[in-house]
Design a binder for this molecule. Structure first.
Ligand code: LLP
Length: 427
């Protein structure tokens, strides 16, 4: 469910704003987000969790734009952060520390220090080595850091091998069968308070079964740990709920919530870390046709958006449904084409064999479900500027991240003069 629809004139709009208006004002490529969809997804998920003692800690990595975060913070969201930068963003929009969890396999000492100072709800710890650093940093600050181990339940789940994290062969978490021993070690540390258990098995999971088996294993572990005398107050179940991409259906939040109720019950405080579910279908990537290239074997639509603006098709073979922004009048003769970017790599392909009405230079094309892991994974490859972002709300829109100028893109580079004719190896 989203708020990108065609108006009576056949023009694709984000809520009440025609996309060509945004293209003219901001230029393309550009990401466009619908605030109404963000609000709706947050509320649908919250309502699905009714009856549970839950905290929705939005996973910033999916889309950390401050305007997106501010809206979610106003709706009551907490934050799942994985870096000092994300912690800073969460704090800037006023997300209270008791609604922030810190995840990630490689937290640095200084990031741990920032999170200890902020007094966050919980560190989701991924290794004994990390636990030792948290203990030391918290101890030096005269504090005890609240921790959960991220346990790896050894289940296979996730839309793509690169985003499946719950199998024991991945770098994530500690093996669930070693958890009791590790919790015992944690309890003995003066800078640590054991508060919970954490699990996250992957992303874009469309089937309820892996969640059921992972949560079932966590419930068993919680019982053992409580019997061992640990005060397990929080169970963080991570994110990963699969969403619709084009015609492919997602995992209904209600189905997911039923699995949570059936396995974890209602007695413990539960933290959820959805990212994609909240923002995925709230965003589209808007691009212009630069050229129609029809003189080779295939018909290419060359766009001004590239793999560095939306990396998912290249990286995961992901399909973001392409649509034309202006629907043709009457019966247009649809033709099969490949939508590609201008970057010098043959992997710079958004979609192959797509049936679209005739297109010409200057026409607009939009890709769906681009709100999650879209703009945030963009780069300046080929010295193309970072793609800007726009938020629409009703009839209004604002640029929430502008396109950098050439000067801004160059500003971090410093000259360092090196002689062109120096001889290799000479003193
Ligand atoms: N919690 C943890 C610990 C995570 O690692 C992730 C995602 C989430 C929550 C949020 O998962 P979500 O609800 O969004 O599925 N770049 C990839 C996705 C990587 C996901 C990494 N972790 C993509 O574009 O598909």
């Amino acid at each position: 469910m989203h708020h990108f629809r065609y108006d009576e004139a056949g023009v694709l709009c984000a809520e009440g704003v025609p996309l060509p208006v945004i293209a003219r004002a901001v230029g393309t490529p550009v990401y466009v987000y619908a605030a109404a969809t963000l609000r709706r997804h947050y509320r649908v998920f919250r309502d699905a969790l009714h009856g549970l003692d839950s905290l929705i800690a939005y996973s910033l990595k999916a889309n950390p734009n401050l305007s997106v975060l501010r809206l979610l913070a106003d709706l009551g969201a907490g934050a799942d952060v994985v870096s000092g930068g994300e912690l800073d963003r969460a704090q800037r929009v006023g997300i209270p520390p008791e609604r922030i969890v810190f995840s990630g396999v490689g937290k640095t000492e200084s990031e741990i220090g920032e999170a200890v100072a902020a007094d966050i709800l919980q560190f989701n710890v991924e290794s004994v080595a990390e636990l030792a650093v948290i203990n030391r940093v918290a101890g030096q600050a005269g504090r005890r850091a609240p921790i959960a181990f991220r346990v790896n339940p050894d289940v296979t789940a996730g839309g793509h091998a690169k985003i499946a994290t719950g199998h024991r062969s991945t770098k994530f978490g500690v093996p669930i069968d070693r958890a009791r021993e590790l919790y015992a070690r944690a309890r003995a540390m003066p800078g640590i308070t054991v508060t919970g258990i954490d699990v996250h098995i992957g992303s874009q999971i469309l089937d309820a079964a892996p969640f059921r088996s992972a949560f079932g294993a966590v419930v068993e572990l919680a019982a053992q740990l409580r019997a061992d005398g640990h005060d397990i107050r929080v169970i963080d179940v991570g994110g990963g709920i699969g969403i619709p991409y084009g015609a492919q259906p997602g995992l209904a939040p209600e189905t997911y919530a039923d699995v949570v109720r059936a396995t974890l019950g209602t007695g413990t405080r539960l933290v959820f870390e959805p990212g994609r579910l909240i923002v995925g279908n709230a965003g589209m990537l808007l691009a212009s046709v630069l050229y129609m290239k029809e003189d080779s074997e295939r018909r290419f639509v060359i766009l001004d958006a590239a793999m560095n603006d939306l990396l998912r098709p290249t990286l995961y073979g992901a399909r973001h449904q392409p649509v034309v922004v202006q629907r043709p009048d009457g019966q247009a003769d649809h033709r099969t084409c490949d939508l590609v970017g201008p970057v010098c790599e043959s992997g710079d392909i958004f979609a192959e064999d797509v049936l679209l009405p005739p297109l010409a230079a200057g026409d607009l094309v939009a890709f769906g479900t681009a709100g999650a892991y879209g703009a945030v994974m963009a780069s300046e490859y080929n010295s193309r500027p970072l793609v800007p972002e726009v938020m629409v709300s009703g009839e209004r829109f604002g640029v929430i991240r502008r396109r950098p100028t050439r000067e801004e893109s160059l500003a971090l580079e410093e000259p360092f003069s090196v002689e062109a004719d120096a001889v290799e190896g000479s003193p």
